[in-house]
Design a protein around this ligand. Sequence first.
Ligand SMILES: Nc1ncnc2c1ncn2[C@@H]1O[C@H](COP(=O)(O)OS(=O)(=O)O)[C@@H](OP(=O)(O)O)[C@H]1O
Ligand SMILES: [Mg+2]
Length: 353
Amino acid sequence: MAYEKELKVAQLAVVRAAILTKAVFHEKAKGTVSKDDKSPVTIGDFGAQALIIAAIKHNFPSDEVVGEEEASSLREQKDLSSTIWNLVKDVKLDDPESDALLGGPIKSEAEMLDAIDMGNSAGGDKGRIWALDPIDGTKGFLRGGQYAVCLALIVDGDVKVGVLGCPNLPVDDRELLTEGIGAAATDAEGKGVLFAAVQGQGATSQPLTRGAVTPGHPIHVSQISDVSEAVMCESVEPGHSSKGDNALIAQKLGISRKPVQMDSQAKYGSVARGAGDLYLRLPVRKDYVEKIWDHAAGDLIVREAGGQVTDITGSRLNFGLGRTLTENKGVVAAPANVHPQVLQAVREVLDAK
Ligand SMILES: Nc1ncnc2c1ncn2[C@@H]1O[C@H](COP(=O)(O)OS(=O)(=O)O)[C@@H](OP(=O)(O)O)[C@H]1O
Ligand SMILES: [Mg+2]
C-alpha cells in the first residue's frame, strides 16, 4: 500500500509525543512562554516537536518539516532547555519494536535542540514536506481542555498522510455530545483517540495508547440528510473564529442544537467520525493568516471520511503555498452531501455583512 511506512512512522511519532504532552498536561506549571505573536507555547510544544522531528528524520532523512516552534529562545534560556530535555530523554514507547523504528531515544540535549530547529522548512508546492503542530490548541491545553498533536505529509502540495493524536477526546464518541466537553475534558484512563488517513485509503481511528498502533477502524462523517439536525463544532476561543457568524448561519440552516465548543484540530476528528456534523471556522481578523500545520491533517482525515473541506469561497485549502494558507478565507467542513447547502448559507451571511 502507498505510504504504508510513512503512516506507521507518523502514527508512532504522534503516540510518542503524546506520552510527553500528557505528562506535561498534569503539571501545574507547564513552562509557558509567550511567543513574538503573543500566543502561548509550553515545554510540551518544544518537547513534542523534538520527538516527532527526530522520528521523521531517522526514517526519511531528506524530507523537510514545517514545524510551529523553533529553538532559538531555548538556546538562550538554558534552564528551560534542560527542563524540556529532562522530559524528552525519558519518553519511550511501551513496544520496543515500535520504539526502535523511531530510532530510539534522542541522544543529547544538543540533538534535541537541533531536531526542533529542523522544523524550519519554507514549505511550498514541490517535494515531501511534513506539517507539524506539536500542540494545536495550546490555549485548550493550558485550560485543561482539548488539544491535538498534529502531523501531515504533504507531497507536491497535496496532503497524502494525516495523523491527529487527541489525548483528551473520549474514545466513545457518544460522550462527545455531552455538554461542556471542551472545558471539562480529562485524560483519565480510557481517554484519547488517534485519527489517521492516507489519501485514497480512507480514515481510521483507534484508542491512543502508549505503544504499538493497529490498523484502526474505518470512520465516516455523519449520514445526516436534513442539515437542520446538524451539530456544529466551533472553537472555544472567540478570537479564533467568529461565533456570531456561526450563530447566524445555524439560524439560516434551521439548526437548533447548541454548538459543541472544542479547541484544536480535534474538531476535524469529531466531524470525521460523525460525532459532530459541521465545523465552521470563519475569519474574525482579516490580517490573520492560517498556518498549514493547523489544518493539513484534519483536512485529509475529514475528506477521507466522506466529508468536504473548503474555504469560504468553496475552494480546497491550498497547502502548496509555503508555511501558510491563502489570506484568511476560513474553513467549512461538512459531510459531502450537505456541504453545498452549508457553504451557501455561509456566503449569504458573510455577503450580508
Ligand atoms: N486570530 C486568530 N484567528 C484564527 N486562528 C488563530 C488566531 N490566533 C491563533 N490562531 C490559531 O488557532 C489555533 C487553535 O485553534 P482553535 O481555534 O481550533 O482552538 S481554540 O479553541 O482556539 O483553542 C492556534 O494553534 P496553536 O498555536 O497551535 O494552539 C493558532 O494557530
Ligand atoms: Mg496550532
